[in-house]
Design a protein around this ligand. Structure first.
Ligand SMILES: Nc1ncnc2c1ncn2[C@@H]1O[C@H](COP(=O)(O)OP(=O)(O)O)[C@@H](O)[C@H]1O
Ligand SMILES: [Mg+2]
Length: 331
């Protein structure tokens, strides 16, 4: 071979297309995309698992809440039953207090009935005598005496009847009907019943009590035995509050205002400290020793007064006494 023939042949062997830079670039991109897919898939899986866990937790919580709710419902039912029992026993306890007062109250008309009927028997004997003798003037006088005696017997018999009726009403569980009621008479009746009830329980108990009644009170449409129960509770509390004071006194007053009437029960006992003033109307709140107070009197009274569209309020100066005011609307 000569020089001329010498020719350089440059052979460049190009890498196959799959090893070019471009291919490498594509590989990198594909790898990245794949990585992202895997990452996304994993993320979705984690989220799904999390969600499932949360759901399970929520389900468990819901189950627990339902269980707690059922238990609560059961407890509530039990509580209601107990409360009803307690209210009933409070009624029976106040009935016990009433009975002593009532026995005293009935004794009085019974004495009248007995005395007047005995006197009338003697008068009848006399009448027969005068008949025989023909003294018509005397006969007329005796018959008129007899008539007046019978009227008295009837009057006192009715009084006893009313007392027994009010006792029966007091023990009735369901409340009665609204009827036009003489509130002054109710105050008078229950003040005396409460006083004699206290005396019957404790012979040494003594307290002054008085009525200050507004003579112009209209008849008020109320459930008499319910308002009677309110009065009895307030007056009993007042008498219980004055057991240790020097000159104990309980005053029950009534007053007609523009569109309502007010009944006030005041005592000069120790009063009610501010710290418990907003608690005394709560059911079962009592500061009295077990067995003496159920703490239901004021809450029951509050409910009754509310049911009549009225209000029950208290004012008190510690050391000087307390005044409970019942206001009832005049319809
Ligand atoms: N006139 C009053 N003077 C002082 N405290 C009173 C008076 N009335 C009620 N209270 C207080 O209110 C509480 C609740 O009264 P109440 O509901 O009648 O229940 P209870 O008489 O059975 O204790 C009483 O325990 C007492 O502390
Ligand atoms: Mg009471």
């Amino acid at each position: 071979m000569n020089e001329e023939d010498a020719r350089a042949i440059k052979i460049t062997i190009a890498p196959p297309w799959w090893r070019t830079w471009l291919a490498n670039g594509i590989y990198a991109v594909l790898l990245l995309l794949l990585g992202r897919r895997v990452h996304l898939a994993q993320q979705a899986k984690t989220i799904r698992l999390e969600r499932e866990k949360t759901q399970a937790r929520e389900l468990e919580q819901a189950r627990q809440i339902e269980k707690a709710y059922t238990e609560l419902e059961q407890t509530h039912e039990n509580l209601k039953a107990t409360q009803a029992q307690l209210i009933q026993s409070e009624k029976m306890a106040s009935l016990g207090e009433l009975t002593a007062g009532i026995a005293h109250e009935i004794q009085n008309p019974l004495n009248f009935v007995n005395n007047f009927s005995e006197v009338s028997q003697e008068l009848l004997d006399e009448l027969q005598e005068e008949f025989k003798e023909g003294d018509l003037e005397e006969v007329a006088a005796i018959t008129s005496d007899l008539k007046s005696n019978l009227e008295k017997i009837n009057h006192h018999g009715k009084r006893a009847d009313a007392i027994v009726k009010s006792m029966l009403q007091h023990s009735r569980i369901s409340s009665g009907d609204m009827e036009p009621t003489d509130i002054n008479a109710l105050c008078d009746e229950y003040l005396r019943l409460a006083y004699h009830g206290m005396r019957a329980k404790d012979k040494s108990f003594n307290a002054g009590y008085k009525l200050e009644l507004d003579e112009n009170l209209p008849l008020l449409k109320v459930v008499p035995q319910d308002i009677g129960r309110v009065l009895l509770n307030l007056i009993n509390n007042a008498f219980q509050a004055v057991t240790d004071v020097e000159k104990p006194e309980v005053v029950v007053s009534t007053q007609k205002l523009l569109d309502k009437i007010e009944i006030k029960v005041s005592d000069n006992g120790p009063g009610i400290p501010d710290s418990i003033k907003d608690k005394i109307f709560q059911p079962f709140f009592t500061t009295k020793p077990t067995g003496q107070g159920t703490g239901l009197g004021l809450s029951l009274s509050y409910d009754i007064v509310k049911a009549h569209g009225g209000e029950l309020k208290v004012t008190s100066i510690t050391g000087e006494g307390a005044t409970f005011t019942v206001s009832l609307p005049v319809w």
